[in-house]
Design a protein around this ligand. Structure first.
Ligand code: ADP
Length: 397
């Protein structure tokens, strides 16, 4: 019996979940926001309670101390020693990390070096790792990468048709993201379908603020929609997804906005997607409300969102040469009934049909008709659990 904590550190935030392992019971979870700013907020949820405190938290080390002290204060643990493992989510593992890894100096150095591929995320992930190493130096510490699951993609899928030197010298290739989520829901889908993963062709759709679609063949990722960075692929809450690359130099030449790389990156990553097209919100719930109130821009944003997802599913039906199931997960995939039906109703020729009686709010599992050749499943994702399980795996090695 031991307690393991999953950590997802952002540049100014730290999301955590504490498990009793191997039972996989969630003991508490929380979020620290506004790290490094005034009035940071720490929220702890446990036993149906939600406790919030506002205080100034300078950095990730202080954030980790505060979260551990909160666990003691709320009597969730008696001392730091009860936590025997920590798993850190890391966004970019490059070509180096094909699996999760035990943290040592070399691994930490690599995570920092890979900041080149995820400048917003890896430095924050590394700060979380350092903080735990300082405060709990003797626990099993594991890094779990968003990209590892996709390192099985064949070269024809991960290479871009650019001159080779940009791959060999600059490491420009497809890495994908959301790997833990795609891997988890693929495994759960096999259980639901009652077949070994090795016999299944699956299309997993992680549809949240970030959106990605993966083709999973026999449990292995063979292609995924996100690319060199999580900006590629389908349209998202604030990200463009795929664009004709010629648009960038064109806008650089003809507008003031596209002058500096950081401005271009901001527009494509934070001001586009549902937000950019609707002009009002990146949140699917707001888009629904606006659409129902007759907002045409919101309707167009919705239509493009559905269209891009349908096209990627179509691509992966081709890549896999058929599929046993299409899986929806994450905030929109798990909750937005109409998004699921809009997507599937438009591609029913492929043999997938949603049953309106099963496709209801709160549905989990099979939402397709009995005669649907391709099953349509809703499976809540659980990236924190994948991380906690990986820590257990390394503890037992
Ligand atoms: P993140 O990628 O930040 O983890 P989530 O997976 O939480 O995001 O997904 C957030 C998205 O899920 C938002 O667009 C939100 O509107 C959407 N969402 C959450 N609940 C619902 C709902 N009931 N109906 C439609 N969309 C929802």
């Amino acid at each position: 019996m031991s307690k393991t904590i999953s950590i997802n550190a952002g540049s100014s935030s730290l999301k955590w979940q504490l498990y009793q392992m191997p039972e996989e019971t969630v003991l508490a979870k929380g979020l620290i926001e506004r790290i490094g700013l005034k009035d940071s907020i720490s929220t702890v949820k446990f036993d149906g309670r939600s406790e919030k405190q506002v205080l100034d938290i300078q950095d990730h080390t202080q954030a980790v101390k505060i979260l551990l002290d909160d666990l003691i204060r709320f009597d969730i643990i008696k001392s730091y020693d009860e936590i025997t493992g920590v798993g850190h989510r890391v966004v970019a593992g490059g070509e180096y990390f094909k699996d999760s890894a035990l943290v040592d100096d070399e691994v930490l150095r690599k995570v920092e070096e890979l900041s080149l591929l995820a400048p917003l995320h890896n430095p924050a992930n590394a700060a979380g790792i350092r903080a735990f190493r300082e405060i709990c130096p003797n626990i099993t510490s594991v890094v779990v990468f968003d990209t590892s699951f996709h390192t099985t993609m064949p070269e024809k899928a991960y290479r871009y048709p650019l001159p080779t030197k940009y791959y060999t010298e600059n490491k420009v290739r497809k890495y994908g993201a959301h790997g833990t989520s795609h891997q988890y829901v693929a495994g759960e889908a096999a259980k639901l379908l009652g077949k070994p993963l090795e016999e299944l062709k699956l299309i997993t759709c992680h549809v949240g603020n970030g959106v990605s679609v993966t083709a999973v063949d026999k449990g292995i990722s063979v292609d995924t929609s996100m690319g060199f960075t999580p900006l590629g692929g389908v349209m998202m809450g604030t990200r463009t997804g795929d664009l004709d690359p010629a648009i960038i130099p064109y806008l650089m030449e003809h507008t003031e906005d596209f002058n500096k790389p950081e401005d271009i990156s901001r527009i494509l990553n934070r001001e586009s997607g549902l937000l950019g097209v609707s002009g009002s919100s990146s949140d699917m719930r707001d888009i629904h409300t606006a659409m129902h109130n007759g907002d045409e821009k919101a309707k167009l944003a919705y239509d493009i969102f559905i269209d891009r997802l349908q096209k990627y599913i179509g691509q992966y039906l081709a890549v896999l040469n058929g599929a046993d199931a299409i899986i929806f997960t994450a905030g929109i995939g798990e909750n937005a009934v109409n998004v699921r039906s809009s997507i599937i109703n438009g591609i029913s020729w492929f043999g997938c049909k949603v049953d309106p009686e099963k496709n209801v709010f709160g549905a989990i599992g099979d939402i397709s008709t009995d005669d649907s050749r391709v099953k349509v499943l809703v499976i809540p994702t659980d990236e924190e659990l994948v991380i906690a399980r990986d820590v257990e795996r390394f503890k037992n090695q």
